[in-house]
Write a protein that binds this ligand. Structure first.
Ligand SMILES: [Zn+2]
Length: 372
């Protein structure tokens, strides 16, 4: 700028100086535009991930995608250049979706008001506390001789192993070249890793894995087994099928314990409870050793001289209960005529069951209401 005023006074601008002025002028305009955009809180389109780091490495392995780490300088004007340049570029946004993108910066953004739990004003998918914590976690892993001169960008393989490190550019005019290098390195890492699972699909599968875990904790074997089979059969990429296989082992172990429990129930004379358990396991684990074990034990109870009659009575009670539920549903829908017919069916066919007791009470009540 000093140079330009001197030149103007002289009244003659050599071509080289004019060129410099144009470049300098456009850079100033760019900065002004950048600051204006910063003030307007340009929405961040990269889905930065909050951590902890170990979870993100697991996600990378599960999805078979690279990890992209951006260490940012804490000075606002310096990190703004990366945010408004590289992070806004279509190329970076596109490749970041095929990676697990992590931002690490060891200071809060002052506009966050010093609240580490509030969403970060510049990276809305995370909190300031997340990028501060990420910087603390990653510094000891990636510092060289105890220092990092941010911005530094790392491309890691899906295993977390360092693939490429792109250091700070000393001069501003080298930044576009550096940015290209970052995008290229990320694209190459993604290509080298092979097919990856996109985040939407991954989210769906992780939800299934969690649902299977909850189902297992409730001994809902059919649901847990079904969900895990679904992951194993439909997901062909990354580590998720292996994790589903491990979870399947846990389900089988628990189902084995429940079958052992049912065997003890038989010994204790709790035939109906044991029978229900065998049926449940048989239905959940079709065409597996657990399923055939349950099937055999169920058959034994049905054919047993002492247990056979108990099972037949129990089955009748179960059928009566099914009908009772049906009648109650009709009543809930306001179809009193149909409910009455089903209740009477229970009284005719299953007179000696507990369900018949309930049916009798309902018939009396409904008829009483009709008479009034
Ligand atoms: Zn922040």
């Amino acid at each position: 700028m000093v140079m330009s005023s001197t030149c103007r006074r002289r009244g003659a601008l050599p071509a080289v100086v004019v060129l410099l002025l144009v470049v300098e002028g456009s850079a100033t305009a760019q900065r002004a535009r950048a600051q204006k955009r910063e003030a307007a809180d340009v929405p961040e389109a990269v889905e930065w991930r909050p951590g902890p780091y170990a979870d993100l490495l697991r996600e990378a392995g599960d999805r078979n995608v690279p990890v992209l780490v951006s260490f940012l300088p804490r000075e606002p004007s310096r990190h703004a250049r990366v945010r408004l340049g590289l992070f806004q570029s279509a190329e970076f946004r596109e490749v970041s979706a095929r990676c697990v993108p992590i931002v690490a910066m060891d200071a809060d953004h002052p506009s966050a008001g010093g609240d580490p739990t509030a969403p970060c004003p510049f990276f809305p998918t995370i909190r300031c506390g997340d990028h501060v914590q990420m910087a603390r976690t990653l510094f000891p892993i990636f510092a060289e001789n105890g220092v990092i001169y941010p911005p530094v960008h790392l491309v890691l393989k899906p295993t977390g192993e360092l693939q490429e490190r792109i250091e700070n550019s000393a001069k501003q005019e080298q930044e576009p070249e550096r940015d290209e290098k970052i995008v290229r390195a990320a694209c190459e890492a993604s290509k080298a890793a092979g097919p990856g699972l996109d985040r939407g699909e991954y989210g769906k599968r992780i939800a299934q894995l969690r649902e299977a875990d909850t189902a297992l904790s409730q001994d809902d074997f059919a649901k847990a087994w079904g969900l895990l089979q679904c992951i194993r059969e439909e997901v062909e990429i990354g580590a998720l099928p292996d994790r589903a296989a491990v979870a399947e082992e846990a389900v089988c172990k628990r189902a084995g314990e429940v079958l052992d429990w049912a065997d003890r129930q038989v010994d204790a004379g709790e035939i109906a409870a044991a029978y229900d358990t065998f049926r449940q396991i048989e239905a959940a684990f079709k065409k597996t050793p657990l399923g055939s074990r349950a099937q055999k034990e169920r058959g034994r109870l049905e054919r047993g001289k002492d247990t056979g009659p108990i099972i037949r009575a129990h089955k009748i009670a179960l059928e009566a209960e099914d009908l009772l539920r049906k009648a109650e549903a009709c009543e809930a829908q306001g179809d009193v005529g149909r409910a009455l017919r089903v209740y009477e069916q229970i009284l005719e066919r299953y007179a000696d069951t507990p369900a018949a007791e309930n049916a009798r009470i309902r018939v009396k009540t409904l008829r009483g209401q009709a008479d009034r």
